[in-house]
Write a protein that binds this ligand. Structure first.
Ligand SMILES: Cc1cc2nc3c(=O)[nH]c(=O)nc-3n(C[C@H](O)[C@H](O)[C@H](O)COP(=O)(O)OP(=O)(O)OC[C@H]3O[C@@H](n4cnc5c(N)ncnc54)[C@H](O)[C@@H]3O)c2cc1C
Length: 391
């Protein structure tokens, strides 16, 4: 959506395909990072954007056993917004779709599912899709796979995937929120258990982290046992945990961490999770996807206007974004293996790890995680022109 918006803004005809009828799904993650807010500022959209309901988080906290620790402090970031905005991703996508309507070159086709690539002499020249009105064939100078971690585009292109593995899956659910509830503590950890809670104003979006493949075993233990485990991690939920009536109220999210060996072929580029599925660790996947889109627009927009895109242009996008992807995934995998795997595998009471003790005792250190989460490793800036500036 972001790449479509940026290209249309530069006068390039774009069709964005979305297979669903709307963006209303719970599994996307809700974080709008300071770097994305900075891009909104650069696009002149920030003020309008912040009118949408959202929660501002200036500090992220985690809880280990009964100790609550500040993990990141966003108030020193060199960005206009020194906070993480929590906004359901469907609101963000709806906002971008509405902004896109300003440009005649922006076409969003909902309920249009890409099912295959069209190839001509080794070059990808478009996609085949199914729509409510029947099959659709789109021919294009450039096709971009931005279809997430179960990308059909990457599969059809035959791209080689490097699987970095993840030791966990997540059970995802919502429980109502009361005004008297404590403030947002993103992660709560106790022996063998990790629980994530995102404040969505009227309810908590909750994630219960389980060892990879343990969903069936968790279900076998019964919903009552599951409710008790959650109430033990967040006791203030005990009066409403019955809202989880049965397993239909709990969905399984399988966690994947991988990246493509090569992100492009002639006529085709993958970005976002389609190029590199991100772990939920640190909640940075949306940031990377957006940054990929900005880099792709910066590198490719002028070429799309004047002529054809060469393989080396596509390679430039991969080169630009590969380092932040690798660095972020390296950190995520380290946290998965050294922290999450250990917590899930122990039945002993947890001690505060050294890193968290340092963050607790030296507040200045909290600026570092805030920078990695809030801005990331290679922040991008808008370099493409607006051919239809607002009056
Ligand atoms: C449990 C969990 C929690 C997470 N929490 C966070 C978080 O808090 N913050 C964060 O930054 N990241 C989080 N992430 C990671 C984040 O969700 C992704 O990295 C990010 O959404 C990637 O964006 P994307 O645009 O590349 O793909 P997606 O957000 O997956 O978007 C892909 C879009 O393409 C559509 N689509 C798919 N296939 C087709 C098709 N064939 N034709 C047409 N349309 C198609 C989909 O419907 C979807 O709208 C989380 C991940 C998990 C698993």
């Amino acid at each position: 959506m972001m790449l479509g918006y940026l290209l249309a803004r530069s006068g390039i005809d774009v069709i964005v395909l979305e297979k669903h009828a709307d963006f209303l799904r719970d599994f996307r993650g809700d974080t709008i990072h300071p770097s994305t807010l900075e891009l909104m500022y650069e696009l002149g959209l920030l003020e309008e954007f912040l009118k949408r309901p959202h929660q501002k988080t200036r500090e992220i906290r985690g809880q280990v056993g009964d100790q609550s620790v500040a993990l990141g402090d966003f108030t020193h970031l060199p960005t206009h917004c020194k906070f993480l905005a929590f906004m359901p991703q469907w609101d963000f996508l709806n906002f971008m779709a509405e902004q896109g309507k300003r440009y005649p070159e922006f076409h969003l086709r909902m309920q249009a599912e890409a099912i295959d690539l069209i190839e001509d002499s080794g070059t990808i020249v478009g996609v085949r899709a199914t729509t409510r009105d029947g099959p659709l064939e789109i021919r294009s100078r450039l096709t971009v796979g931005a279809d997430g971690r179960r990308s059909i585009v990457r599969e059809r292109a035959g791209f080689e995937v490097i699987d970095l593995g993840a030791p966990m899956d997540v059970l995802w659910m919502r429980v109502s929120r009361h005004p008297s509830d404590p403030g947002q503590t993103l992660g709560r950890a106790a022996a063998g258990k990790i629980f994530i809670m995102v404040d969505r104003d009227e309810y908590w979006q909750c994630g219960y982290v389980i060892p990879k493949g343990a969903a069936e075993e968790t279900r076998q233990r019964g919903i009552e046992k599951f409710r008790q485990e959650i109430a033990s991690l967040a006791p203030f939920l005990h009066d409403r945990i019955g809202e989880l009536r049965d397993w239909n109220d709990v969905s399984l999210l399988t966690v994947k961490v991988d990246r493509l060996k090569k992100w492009f072929r002639p006529g085709l580029l993958c970005i976002g999770d389609s190029a590199h599925a991100m772990s939920p660790v640190g909640g940075v996947g949306i940031n990377l996807a957006i940054q990929d889109a900005v880099a792709a627009a910066n590198i490719l927009a002028a070429k799309l206007i004047t002529g054809n895109i060469s393989e080396s242009d596509l390679e430039s996008v991969e080169r630009r974004r590969e380092f932040p992807t690798r660095a972020t995934q390296k950190l995520q995998v380290a946290v998965q293996n050294r922290v999450i795997r250990r917590i899930l595998g122990t039945s002993n009471p947890l001690k505060l790890p050294l890193l968290l003790r340092l963050l607790r005792d030296f507040p200045v250190l909290r600026r570092l995680p805030a920078r990695v989460i809030g801005i990331g490793f290679r922040p991008e800036h808008i370099r493409t022109p607006d051919l239809h500036p607002r009056p």
